[in-house]
Ligand binder design. Structure first.
Ligand code: HEC
Ligand code: HEC
Length: 445
């Protein structure tokens, strides 16, 4: 059902109307015997109103000074071509869009991702990715462009190598022309003695012969390959900066509240308004899911139940910080166009002590109704399960260790749970413009 709606609700008035109808019909799934009070208009105190106004509208996409082509249209077009191109994978079968499917809000609908093999983490939606401060659940990338390089070489995702993807770009006329126009010539890949096709920069195992080929390359040649590889990431980032949906019904509601013209009916149902009141009030979700992205950009341990699979506990932010520091493509590195900028200096201030063990990034809640399953390992299949968990803390690990002490059982009533869900559903945005949601045509448009 969600899927059909995503496809239908474009930027049109029809889409918005369909969305409102959909939200209303969700809310009307509440038990038939609702207390009469649920029809009462929702009143907003001055302090509640002030808190709600901090949640919308979304500001313009923030600058990324580490990426000189962040806002280039030509780079976004090249990035789109790369995003949908399975030729970037070792087997020619996996593209970014395999896991970040435009029809599924740029996620995959699975508890954990699946590329060349099964992954251990849930695939996040890419809608609004440009507003994030850190990337991945553990924040091991600090820019959209450096993030994009990792799945390409991850053995379980696309399993390729930087030399192979550059050869792919060089061998495909449209890609090569667009690349050269933006970034200048590619390295002399045809010289196989200097650029061995089998060379692999990231060792697959100790004593990896393909990695040795990489080590044996001239330093200047390795640098040229790394630079060209980072350029592909920068084009992919320029593309993902276009993945911005239109205003959600919630945004329209906040605008009405700001102007004092809520309209009748209001852009979101009474149930959603009551849910919003809980969100900024009694349930205090806003202490972490704050601002127009509904995320503080920080890392927390919400005490999720221990995975039944008995898999090794995921250390989250703890290893995330170590990996970020070691990443040659981080904002402070030589491939960044702002190596002394704010993003770069943030790396020095990260506290990498034991208290970061098991922390995960606060996800945005925009479009959350479209991106089930939930949490870093897809622990919950549906929103109702997430809300049940926050309400009862059933199965939660005790807050001991480094767990978040602010989270206590909320003991919400069935009606309150429905209201919160209706509110979360009001955060679904119409899709980005259609041209960014599909495979480019033969002419690259
Ligand atoms: C095999 C499935 C798969 C493929 C292919 C894949 N991704 Fe992902 N993506 C994931 C998963 C799973 C995560 C979360 C991983 C983690 O946090 O460790 C993720 C995370 C991300 C994030 C971070 C989002 C956030 O909110 O932190 C971005 C951006 C992203 N991917 C973009 C891409 C791009 C661009 C490509 C292609 C170059 C790509 N992905 C290929 C599954 C995939
Ligand atoms: C202490 C900070 C904190 C508070 C308070 C908090 N959250 Fe979260 N929320 C998080 C973090 C962190 C995650 C990801 C946890 C993980 O995967 O390990 C998350 C995940 C979620 C998700 C899943 C999103 C997704 O894409 O997977 C939903 C939905 C959610 N929270 C809703 C709420 C609601 C509703 C409330 C209030 C009842 C709330 N949160 C309170 C930090 C918080």
């Amino acid at each position: 059902m969600t899927k059909r709606w995503c496809v239908r609700a474009r930027h049109t008035a029809l889409g918005c109307a369909a969305l409102l109808f959909w939200c209303a019909s969700q809310a009307s799934r509440a038990p038939a015997q609702e207390p009469a009070s649920t029809d009462a208009p929702v009143e907003w105190s001055a302090s509640e109103r002030a808190r709600v106004l901090t949640l919308a509208p979304l500001p313009p996409v923030p600058d990324d000074l580490t990426n000189p082509v962040a806002d280039s249209l030509a780079a976004a077009r090249l990035g789109r071509a790369l995003f949908f191109d399975a030729g970037l994978s070792r087997t020619g079968t996996v593209s970014c869009a395999t896991c970040h499917d435009p029809e599924l809000a740029f996620a995959d609908g699975r508890p954990t991702g699946r590329g060349l093999a099964d992954l251990t983490r849930n695939t996040p939606s890419l809608l609004g990715a440009a507003w994030q401060r850190w990337y991945f659940w553990d924040g091991r990338a600090d820019s959209l462009w450096s993030q994009a390089l990792q799945p390409i070489e991850h053995p379980d995702e696309m399993g390729s190598t930087r030399l192979q993807v550059l050869r792919h770009v060089a061998g495909k006329e449209t890609l090569r022309a667009e690349y050269v126009a933006l970034f200048g010539p590619l390295p002399a890949l045809e010289d196989q003695a200097r650029f061995p096709p089998q060379a692999r920069a990231v060792p697959a195992q100790v004593g990896d012969a393909q990695h040795q080929l990489w080590r044996d390359m001239a330093e200047a040649d390795r640098l040229a390959v790394d630079r060209a590889f980072s350029n592909l990431g920068k084009a992919l980032a320029a593309y993902q900066r276009k993945l911005v949906g239109g205003p959600a019904p919630f945004d329209q509601f906040v605008e009405g509240l700001r102007q004092g013209t809520l309209g009748n009916p209001a852009p979101i149902s009474l149930a959603a308004q009551r849910g919003l009141k809980l969100f900024v009030g009694k349930a205090d979700c806003r202490s972490c899911h704050n601002g127009p992205t509904f995320s503080d950009g920080e890392f927390h341990d919400v005490g999720l139940p221990v995975a039944s699979s008995g898999a090794r506990r995921d250390s989250g932010r703890f290893e995330g910080i170590q990996k970020l520091r070691a990443d040659p493509f981080n904002a402070a590195g030589i491939f960044s166009s702002a190596p002394k900028g704010e993003r770069a200096s943030d790396i020095d201030y990260l506290d990498s002590g034991g208290e970061t063990w098991g922390l995960f990034k606060t996800p945005s809640l925009r479009n959350v109704a479209r991106t089930a399953p939930y949490m870093h390992a897809g622990q919950f299949l549906a929103l109702d399960q997430v809300l049940h968990f926050y309400s009862t803390r059933e199965g939660a690990r005790p807050a001991g260790h480094h767990g978040e002490t602010v989270l206590e059982a909320l003991f919400l009533t069935p009606q309150e749970l429905l209201d919160l869900r209706a509110f979360l559903e009001s955060l679904s945005q119409p899709d980005p413009p259609a041209e960014w949601c599909r495979v480019p045509d033969a002419a690259g448009q």
